[in-house]
Design a protein around this ligand. Sequence first.
Ligand code: ADP
Ligand code: ZN
Ligand code: ZN
Length: 739
Amino acid sequence: MTDSRVYLRVAIATPLRRVFTYLSPIGIDPATLQPGQRLRVPFGRRQAIGILLETSQQCDIETAKLKRAQALLDETPLLSATTLALLQRASDYYQHPPGEVIFGCLPAALRQGQPATLATTTYWQVTAACPDNAVEQLNRAPRQQAVLELLLRDVTHNLDSEAFVSAGLQNWQPAIRQLERRGWIQRRQLARTQPELTNVVTQPAFSLNAEQQQAVAAIVTTLGSFQVHLLDGITGSGKTEVYLQTVAEVLQRGEQVLILLPEIALTPQLIARFRERFNSHVAVLHSGLNDSERLQAWLQARAGSAQLILGTRSAVWTPLVRPGLIVVDEEHDLSFKQQDGFRYHARDVAIMRAQREQIPIVLGSATPSLESLHNANLGRYSHLHLRQRAGNAQSPAMQLLDIRQAKLHSGLSDRFIEAISARLDANQQILLFINRRGYAPVLLCHDCGWQAVCQRCDTAMTLHKAARRLRCHHCGHEQPLTRNCGGCQSENLLEVGQGTERIVETLAEIFPAARVVRIDRDSTHRRGSLQNLLDSIHSGEADILVGTQMLAKGHHFPGVALVGIVDADGGLYSSDFRAPERLAQLILQVSGRAGRADQPGTVIIQTHQPQHPLLVQLISAGYDAFAATALAEREQAGLPPFSHLALLRAEAPAESTVATFLQEARALMYHQTGELQLLGPVAAPRPKRAGHRRMQLLLQAQERQTLRSALPTWLLALENLPSGRKVRWSLDVDPQELA
Ligand code: ADP
Ligand code: ZN
Ligand code: ZN
């Protein structure tokens, strides 16, 4: 058979929902090609990098029209068959173009066609030519002597530069060169060696409590097979300790562990615990890595020389040669969902992956998502409970503070201020949570009613007083703050509502001696500033800590005795059906940050709705009870997890363009009546952003299969719809936010 009859199906990074067919490169025997290898291919008028998905003997296209791939870039497949299958499954599940899925999940260096070579380190070894009396011969060359002695002492190991530095050898490079010239030593380029498992280090001083032991045992017995475990335990109940001990078992088996976290920058304590326990086995994929560091981490994971990989959402795609376990910490966290481009949910992809790899996966949370609880209720997941705080620590006491008719000082009621005052007197720390950065969310003219509004989004601009700017938190547009009303020039401007900046200012007025620290995106955008702020809290230099949801993500503040939630009401008014769930999670997550074993802390929640059933139930009966009620409500309303959603979003400068497209899209959806509900098109909850009108069409089905069978043909039809070219549109399968 000649090679022209073997057709290569290749994925290329384009928004087109298809793969492309090529002939194999000249001089390459197509029988040797393997899926997962990269090829350089002609694509339109340019060249592109492609990934070979399969070879085939069939082709619908005339051979004469086919182009030939130009070069093969990888000797061995870059992606394993399992990884490729996972990527294709994800492309299919989320109905996102395969090329974008596959290339979007590769490190940038590999996307650009760079070679997949593990960086090597230089090691030195004593050669056979080194005479027995070499050390004496070097009596008058003390540096060479010292280097040689070190190498002779450690003949079984190859020494690298770090070894010389840590042995305290000064200026060893010239000595190395001289020894090489004598032929007594030689250099070798080797990939960094895998550390021995004997240095799985430092076991904790305590032993696991009964619930923790059961959890570890339950997970460990499923090693080597697929099982989802929902590790459901309040903050401080010892979930992390369960991960650590389970991970130790997996590493002992010579297998790798992937741990997904919502945030790296905000969880230095967690990372430190993993590093302390497992030292050199840990690779952390964080946003500070440059392209080549990211590539190396990826390659080390693929080669097995990184055994424990910690990372955020995108780390779910990291290839592992010997996967043993996946952990998703804080599985309820919204940051696992990618909100643009390829809109996948890393927790759900991790589950698909664990199934393919036939390994267990642990979903940990103090406030599990209703989806996961539902799956546990159905018996699809094993449900592991940690109901006690580890080491007999107490849970914080929560109370609702009715602020109806109360006099407010920038949102703080007198009773709230008294509570703060009492804690300050006792030299205890206080954490105040408010979900808005900046000074005030609205700037209003008292004389004419004019408001500072972002023209591109039709929403209020947030006042940032220190920076003297007005900023739109939706599109990023900003402008200088003026003293006069934009309508009538009056100077009588009112700053309405509060953000972190204003709370800090108010606290400084009320408690001039207190040291107040602010943690939000504005105060931490400079590198290192977050760490400085956290340090000041831990060292006790700060008394009051004011911050946004950044505070809800995993960082623990043992010195904090009072947590105040300045305003819980926002979450109660939202139109998104998930808002109550998110509010409950937020309240508990913020509350869980405070206190330590001997000093459990108090949580005060200010609200205008102290009788709100959700709040009352959450406070009096806890998250489990809240979740049970919320699930019953979802079931009655036919909402997820009792149905499945897909959201078609579209936007364009003119509303009519968007409406036309969505109406045509709606008309094109063929389905059995009743199986699939089409809701809309309607204006998006945020109907305008950055000058674009936004609308959406919601698809809802009882069975996931209904959506899965209806979507592919529909999307191909949408791609060919002329009205679709005039809008920006996207499909979101399992949308997490309906905005
Ligand atoms: P979580 O991840 O659920 O918030 P951690 O694993 O961080 O809980 O545990 C909270 C604290 O309790 C940590 O300081 C941890 O070292 C400690 N701890 C965990 N398990 C135990 C135990 N069995 N006995 C005593 N202390 C424990
Ligand atoms: Zn805007
Ligand atoms: Zn005015």
